[in-house]
Design a protein around this ligand. Structure first.
Ligand code: GDP
Ligand code: MG
Length: 589
């Protein structure tokens, strides 16, 4: 071990520095949290220099760091080369002095101490009182509480516990065997883990919400963010809400909440924090630096979903442009936070994993992508004409995110309705060729889900992912009827269709997830019957395959209508955009 003394060493006499350096030669029995001799020694130096003194002790009982603070604060230097797994303790404990102030006798561990304990996942943290004469007073020791259930019987209040505080005592009174204590803690961490090990390859996220007084729709926002995260393939392992008058400018949430976030992250092995609000570039940076976790906001999550779902080349490019635009102000020369931003969720560029960390190159790239877009729009026209020639009608699945579009596509593909066609071996995975009972063939395509309150920057990218809809002959609007807010979802979808000038395309409303209805409180069959006729919808369960025949029949009916309206000859096939508006007055069942 070295002999460098860290921290606030300016102004110390050489003799004082020497005493601090000498601490590196001490070694304590691994079973002791600290020995009386060592406690005495650091107390005396601390009183002499009138500054806090801290030592970081490893599990062998060796002193890895000696740190000097100010009178009332100590800052731990960056710790490199230690165990760095979110669900593991660091293997280091901090013992530091608290100089007892005669005027204001504050002792014990303060919030900054607990923040250090949680952020660095220290084995434990302790504050040793130092009396003005240099004699050690009581020692205060705390460690992280791995399992909140563990002390349920001891603490009867409902408040969740994040730390365990040993009873303050004099050093010679400490009874705990350190190695045993640590072993118990780590066993406890291991014990709660297997339950939570659901999917190893997925990101594990904590969702973070700030509730300002004006936010009245918190519940809905929470649900939506969770749905978005799920859609992005993220495992949501916890949610944290902080009520604040306004967000903290630096960290969005307060320090006390950050402590909770870190411990929840540790308990649940989270590697990602998703904030429900938009974060400024400097907030992302500050949070990333502080927590060492990946930090993204709602916009970035949505961008990520688009990146995963964009299937056309144009869609992919639009999303990539939006991602680059988003990243640009979040860049700083040689900034590590950005490289973190670019891995996994929140950084999935279609076709690109690691983006160049250079502003100019990003600007060049955006320009290049934009010129590529121009070329593509011509190709798209060609592609559409080619598809028209094949003469398969295109039925597009649309709907709010999580409505069950993909499930429906996949369920149908498992039924006798799937038409295997060698021609379509190269069909992209979101499109299936379906054959009705009357042997009518049509293409069924999936799309990205719709989202309420889409950030303005993303609208263009989002619409690009829907650009396929312009070549749709029929829209299948899937609605999660079990969702309490389904009517607003319908409105949100309708509004986007209107903005995209797609209202003229025939549309079938589909109430999905009917299997969930019966278990609902206050469910009334009459209400549902009226709802179905009000919306002229087809009730199904995509998951259980209920009533899919009616759905296919409804599509079949529309196909017949469209065929009657338009000549078979594809060469005179009129553009979809020029179709007259087809009134939705057909009852299908
Ligand atoms: P998409 O975003 O519209 O593509 O929605 P998904 O197809 O990915 O489905 C979202 C979630 O709803 C998944 O967890 C599905 O298992 C579930 N889901 C879809 N259809 C049904 C259904 O008919 N009944 C039930 N209970 N769940 C469904
Ligand atoms: Mg889907």
């Amino acid at each position: 071990m070295g002999s460098q003394v860290f921290g606030n060493t300016i102004g110390l006499k050489p003799s004082e520095l020497k005493k601090l350096e000498k601490l590196y030669r001490r070694k304590i029995p691994p079973n002791s949290i600290i020995t009386h001799e060592l406690a005495k020694e650091i107390s005396q130096i601390s009183a002499e220099i009138n500054r806090q003194v801290g030592i970081l002790i490893n599990r062998k009982g060796e002193i890895d760091y000696v740190i000097v603070g100010t009178f009332n604060r100590i800052e731990i230097p960056e710790l490199k080369g230690y165990r760095d797994h979110i669900a593991r303790l660091k293997g280091l404990r901090l013992i530091h002095t608290h100089l007892v102030n005669p005027k204001n006798k504050t002792s014990g561990l303060d919030q900054d101490d607990l923040l250090d304990l949680a952020l660095l996942r220290l084995d434990l943290i302790s504050a040793l009182e130092v009396n003005p004469d240099g004699e050690p007073g009581k020692i205060y020791i705390a460690h992280i509480l791995p399992d909140p259930e563990f002390f349920k019987e001891t603490f009867l209040d409902q408040e969740e516990k994040f730390f365990y505080f040993l009873k303050p005592c004099y050093v010679w009174e400490i009874k705990e065997n350190f190695l045993e204590l640590i072993k118990n803690l780590e066993d406890e961490l291991d014990r709660i883990r297997p339950l939570k090990e659901i999917d190893e390859n997925k990101d594990r996220a904590l969702l973070i919400f700030v509730k300002e007084p004006k936010d009245i729709y918190l519940e809905e926002k929470m649900e939506e963010l969770e749905e978005l995260a799920r859609t992005a393939g993220v495992n949501v392992v916890g949610k944290v809400v902080q009520k604040r008058v306004s967000p903290d400018p630096k960290y969005v949430i307060g320090k006390g909440k950050l402590v909770e976030v870190m411990i929840l992250a540790m308990r649940n092995r989270a590697n990602l924090l998703i904030f429900d609000r938009e974060l400024t570039p400097s907030q992302v940076r500050a949070l990333t630096e502080l927590t060492d976790l990946r930090v993204i906001d709602r916009t970035q999550l949505i961008l990520d979903i688009f990146a995963q779902r964009a299937s056309s080349r144009e869609g992919k490019i639009q999303v990539e442009i939006a991602q680059l635009r988003y990243a640009l102000p979040r860049l700083r020369a040689k900034d590590d936070a950005f490289s973190r931003l670019t891995g996994g969720i929140g950084g999935r560029g279609p076709g690109e994993t690691k983006l160049e960390i250079d502003r100019r190159r990003i600007k060049d790239k955006i320009a290049k992508l934009e010129s590529e877009l121009n070329k593509i729009s011509q190709e798209r026209e060609l592609r559409r004409k080619r598809r028209k020639k094949l003469n398969f009608k295109v039925v597009s699945l649309i709907g709010y995110t999580n409505a069950g579009k993909t499930t429906l596509l996949n369920t149908l593909a498992k039924t006798e309705y799937l038409a295997e066609d060698k021609l379509f071996a190269t069909l992209d995975p979101v499109t299936k060729l379906i054959k009705t009972k009357k042997e009518k063939l049509f293409l069924l395509t999936d799309t990205v889900g719709f989202i309420r309150d889409l950030p303005e920057d993303l609208k263009k990218a989002f619409k690009a992912t829907l650009e396929e809809l312009y070549s749709a002959d029929i829209l299948l609007h899937i609605i999660d009827i079990s969702h309490p807010d389904f009517e607003n979802h319908i409105k949100a979808v309708e509004q986007i269709l209107e903005e995209m000038n797609l209202l003229h395309i025939p549309k079938i409303l589909v109430f999905n997830k009917i299997d969930l209805l019966e278990n609902k409180e206050n469910f009334s069959p009459l209400w549902f019957k009226n709802l179905i006729s009000k919306y002229n919808a087809i009730p199904i369960s995509a998951k259980e395959g209920t009533n899919l025949d009616s759905l296919i029949e409804a599509i079949e009916n529309w196909l017949t209508i469209l065929e009657r309206e338009k000549p078979e000859d594809s060469s005179v096939f009129s553009e979809v955009e020029n179709l007259p508006i087809v009134p939705q007055e057909h009852k299908f069942f």
